[in-house]
Design a protein around this ligand. Structure first.
Ligand code: PGA
Length: 258
């Protein structure tokens, strides 16, 4: 596997102002046990505005910083956008790309997602690429087709070097924020498919060593262990449950004991 540590990635979405982000990251930092360092990679992804403040809170700890999006040029006339260089400067090592909420509300296309991944990797940032089917696609039984299309569109032109790391988050759109996660076996089935597709694109070695596959969608302390017990799940992307410090710390503790 790319990284023996389990990823626990907190996606705070458009929640929490700067003050609240400082409070939450401080509580997480204070609750994070030193002995967890070798077993979990915890990544906090606050809003752009809170990145510098959270970066300062978690500076010199094992907790990592991530952004929720990025633009695909280093600088220039792109009003409102943030470049990988700016994110690196603020201490961000991870970038969420192609979250379904951005695909849905910001009309992010496969081409845009592909460009963002290429640009992230060229700056040695770690992309967390989200894929997943909508409710309608799921009910039609099209989830495999959707995943095949999304993975190929995102990666077929992306060069992955031996030094790059990539995370793919399978997030069925219809379970995000619903409180009802997908059955772990269904996630395992999709992640096996993703691993297979990556093998076709990159060959077995890169697909195994450079890519980590995680799951997202209503993950919390009640179900985290059922996902992490499966072979092809290297962690979780967590929305709502990462907004409460005690719940997120419980998830970490439970991850250690899987
Ligand atoms: P959720 O969100 O944990 O609240 O379902 C996950 C996500 O959208 O990344």
């Amino acid at each position: 596997m790319a990284n023996q540590k389990k990823y626990l990635i907190a996606n705070w979405k458009m929640n929490l102002g700067i003050k609240e982000s400082i409070q939450l990251s401080t509580a997480i930092k204070n609750g994070f046990k030193k002995s967890w360092r070798s077993a979990i990679e915890v990544v906090l992804c606050p809003s752009y505005l809170s990145l510098p403040a959270v970066s300062e809170v978690i500076n010199k700890t094992a907790i990592k910083l991530g952004a929720q999006d990025v633009f695909w040029h280093d600088q220039g006339s792109y009003t409102g956008e943030i470049s990988p260089i700016m994110l690196t400067e603020v201490g961000s090592e991870y970038i969420i790309i192609g979250h379904s909420e951005r695909r849905q509300y910001l009309c992010e296309t496969s081409k845009i997602i592909n460009q963002k991944i290429i640009h992230c990797l060229s700056h040695s940032l770690i992309p967390i690429v989200c894929v997943g089917e909508t409710a309608a696609e799921h009910h039609r039984g099209d989830q495999h087709q959707v995943i095949i299309k999304q993975i190929n569109a995102a990666f077929s032109t992306v060069k992955v070097k031996k030094t790059n790391r990539v995370i793919i988050a399978y997030e069925p759109v219809w379970v995000i924020g619903s409180g009802q996660a997908l059955a772990p076996e269904s996630v395992e089935e999709i992640n096996q498919l993703i691993r297979h597709l990556l093998g076709d694109i990159y060959g077995r070695e890169i697909a195994t060593n450079n890519f980590s596959l995680i799951y997202g969608g209503s993950v919390g302390s009640s179900n985290i262990q059922s996902f992490l017990r499966l072979d092809n799940i290297d962690g979780a992307l967590i929305g709502n449950a990462s907004l409460k410090s005690q719940e997120f710390l419980n998830i970490m503790e439970l991850t250690i004991t899987v």
